[in-house]
Ligand binder design. Structure first.
Ligand SMILES: NC(=O)C1=CN([C@@H]2O[C@H](COP(=O)(O)OP(=O)(O)OC[C@H]3O[C@@H](n4cnc5c(N)ncnc54)[C@H](O)[C@@H]3O)[C@@H](O)[C@H]2O)[C@@H](O)CC1
Ligand SMILES: [K+]
Length: 501
């Protein structure tokens, strides 16, 4: 698991590294500059004209060090320093090291609109993690020019003006790429910050490994290795009973497709047996579309009303295409009153919980809830920003002793203990109807196979995004449909299992 740390934790790590490696502060900055430059030179050749905009803190010190290294590699570099705060010692040291290489252009007033006209690339080293209040005045004026520049904008550590672990206000640099030191910052994972962060990249600056390992955090992001460790190979002497019997409660008149997508994904996720409970109208369609599944037929024509029995199922997945008819609400109530094993709860099943809040507390411990942001808002209430939403998500997971998955570009998975895992697979092609139904199927299929709910959620969300990425690789983002995720799920399993699936 890769950690996401707060600014205070990173500051502690910096200081600890300086003291215990030991390494001089200026040499640690030198390492940071070198790591940035190594990343940079792979992406820009020496014909590109570079502008570096520096503050007078340590982020600005990085900017000066980067300037020196790029000049030594024969890039054309202009360096601007925005006058203001008291320069730090490492900024001063790097200013001295730069003397004679380039003349620093000082900015004391609103710069002309043409300031960056001669730059192909603008490197933003105005402020880093030391930002403590919104940027205004001269800083805001410079940022306005940076954002208006017809150049590739690359931020050092964080886009200036963005707070790493709190909501941001004031002027913020809109970087296309952010090269961040050692660990990603929490703010990078929120949709509202995407216009500032662009694509983020992590470079290793060699902060103290021991302390990095020992530093506790509630926030992680998920990589292929983490997922591989959670994946379980199938046993030689296993049989269909080994892999669970899932019940999928899904579909209503006009929404049988949701049941098909979830059912197909469930089977491709490796479940032993699948029964789908669906209204009469869905029966013939499901038997043809998903021949591997058994169908339990509701007495009602158009929506589900009565589940004959929930006994014997290892897991229930409920929600896709379900509708919210009164009879369906009654059925949900009955399920929650009698079934005590984990469930996967999605879509209309979540909306039913939001509208009948007494049911929420009946959700069996160890379940997985998969709201998109709007459904989450109905469940947990409005929030002012994504930091607040994440706190509410942790609270809900604790309260229900379940895993809460809020879907988005970086789907966040919260354990009952309040630990958050951000998923890193997936792409905008998946922003299309039915992909959520596929996720419900995958998660239900994994839970049926006795994965813990947290492992099922981390593995399932990752596989779902990876199937989307593999599909996009062949088909492009524009044409991706939810069924493609099911088609590419086997390839995703193969990738996660290292070819052993
Ligand atoms: N040894 C270290 O601590 C290392 C630090 N590094 C760099 O140092 C950065 C952090 O440096 P600093 O802590 O000096 O912080 P910054 O360079 O981000 O900010 C510098 C100063 O700006 C002032 N400031 C904050 N908000 C302001 C506002 N809204 N308007 C005006 N002034 C404001 C603060 O008082 C602070 O002293 C990191 O992001 C990274 O780029 C790297 O060189 C790696 C090593
Ligand atoms: K910056």
């Amino acid at each position: 698991m890769t950690k996401i740390l707060t600014t205070d934790q990173i500051r502690t790590l910096d200081a600890y590294t300086i003291q215990h490696e030991p390494v001089a502060s200026i040499d640690l900055m030198e390492r940071a500059c070198r790591a940035f430059v190594e990343w940079f030179i792979k992406r820009a050749d020496t014909s590109r004209r570079i502008g570096i905009v520096c503050g007078t803190g340590n982020n600005g010190g990085d900017g000066l060090g980067i300037a020196r290294m790029l000049l030594a590699r024969h890039y054309t570099v202009t360096v601007w320093v925005v006058e203001g705060g008291k320069p730090t010692a490492d900024f001063e040291a790097n200013r001295t090291r730069l003397l004679g290489n380039v003349i620093l252009q000082m900015i004391a007033d609103t710069p002309p609109s043409t300031i960056f006209d001669t730059c192909d690339i603008v490197i933003d080293a105005l402020f880093g993690s030391g930002l403590s209040r919104p940027l205004e005045g001269i800083y805001a004026a410079v940022i306005e020019r940076i954002n208006a520049a017809a150049a590739w904008r690359v931020a050092v550590d964080v886009p200036s003006g963005l707070r790493a672990d709190a909501p941001s206000q004031g002027a913020i640099v809109q970087a296309q790429d952010t090269v961040s030191f050692q660990v990603p910052k929490l703010a990078f994972f929120f949709a509202s910050n995407a216009p500032y962060v662009g694509t983020w990249h992590i470079v290793d600056i060699g902060l103290h490994k021991g302390l990095l390992q020992d530093t506790e955090t509630d926030h992680y992001y998920v990589s292929n290795d983490d997922v591989h460790r959670r994946w379980k190979p199938r046993a030689r002497f296993s049989h269909k009973g080994t892999y669970g019997h899932a019940l999928l409660v899904a579909g209503s008149y006009g929404k049988t497709g949701a049941a098909i997508l979830a059912a197909r994904a469930l089977l491709r996720a490796g479940v032993g047996l699948l029964t789908i409970h669906t209204p009469v109208r869905g029966y013939a369609i499901l038997q043809q579309a998903v021949p591997e599944a058994m169908v339990s037929i509701d007495p009602f024509e158009e929506y589900a009303s009565t589940l004959p029995s929930s006994d014997g199922y290892s897991v229930i997945g409920v929600g896709p295409g379900l509708g919210q008819a009164d009879a369906t609400v009654k059925m949900m109530r009955k399920i929650l009153e009698t079934y005590r094993k984990p469930m996967v709860i999605d879509a209309d099943a979540l909306n039913i919980l939001a509208a009948h809040r007494e049911l929420l507390l009946r959700v069996p411990a160890g379940s997985i809830l998969t709201p998109h942001p709007k459904e989450f808002e109905r469940l947990a209430g409005k929030t002012a920003n994504e930091f607040e939403r994440l706190e509410k998500q942790k609270e809900l997971a604790r309260q229900l002793k379940s895993v809460v998955v809020v879907k988005g570009a970086y789907t966040s998975i919260t354990s009952p203990g309040g630990v958050v895992y951000f998923n890193t697979t997936g792409n905008p092609g998946m922003a299309t109807g039915g992909t959520g139904d596929v996720l419900t199927g995958i998660l239900t299929g994994l839970l049926a196979q006795s994965y813990t709910s947290l492992d099922a959620a981390i593995l399932g969300v990752y596989l779902h995004g990876l199937a989307g990425d593999l599909a996009t690789h062949d088909l492009g983002e524009d044409s991706l449909v939810a069924s493609d995720l099911v088609t590419y799920l086997p390839a995703a399993f193969l990738k996660v299992s290292g070819g052993k699936s």
